[in-house]
Design a protein around this ligand. Sequence first.
Ligand SMILES: *Cc1c(COP(=O)(O)O)cnc(C)c1O
Length: 302
Amino acid sequence: MDFSYATVARHLPPTPMWSYPVLNAAVGATVLVKHENTQPIGAFKARGALTLLAGVRTGTVTYSTGNHAQAMAWASHLFELPCTVVMPEGANPSKVAAVRAWGAEVVLAGAVLADSEAHATELAERTGHRLVSPGDTPELLAGVGTLYDEILTARPDLDAILVPVGSGTGAAAATVVARELAPKCEIIGVQSAGSPAAHDSWRSGELQTRPNRTRIEGLATGRGYDLPQRHMRELSDFLLLDDDRITEAQRLLATAAHTLAEGAGVAGLAALLDHPDRFAGRTVAVVCSGGNASPQELAALH
Ligand SMILES: *Cc1c(COP(=O)(O)O)cnc(C)c1O
């Protein structure tokens, strides 16, 4: 996998990674928070879209519940390329507005992401623009890998990295980078028990489709994706969480690390809270993968 560090570094500075004593005390471990919420679109997916579009420079059609859409819209804006995003009808209005603000065309179609995907496939055929799968696109994995390169170049001594999983591009890239830079560092995937398609695909070794019952957008993909799943076989473990634990972790990150994260962005921290004995005294990184919480989500943190 070619990680295209130079492409990403040309447009995006490395994100900060900080440790917070109050957070460490609450968790009972040394926790490093990798702040992907500071990306221009508020999520790590900027890295993947940038890498893809820097290489192909073509108009695209894609489908997403939110952050992949914003990433494609942002990178298309940067390279002055047309971009159409199909989002489910119930998509988070803040994310829809952000996609439009970057100049992409938004089509709201379908009750769930699978319906949006079907619509996007038709649109791509009709327009001749490239259909971009949020999961099965090698350039997206390669771009996202730069995040794990930053973490493990800075801290090759880490015991583990906890990675929120939706389609699995992040977790897949993490395993590839860790094999090179820190083979002893465990890469652990985390998903919501309310939307376990990637988890169940990993456990069973076959791509699975599952209902999305979680309210955590970034973790709800509804199906396993082939390309990331092939790399994810090297994950040390894959944990499932309750949504309520994620809300608790959002509160903790807000108060102990002055960081507002969306639900997916605290999945790693929530897993630490769920398994205090397993991580006690260890040095672990959690990827704060995004900060695009909706107003309703923020209101629920009271
Ligand atoms: C997309 C996303 C995830 C899941 O990443 P995958 O690479 O799809 O597994 C996690 N958190 C946030 C904020 C996301 O936008």
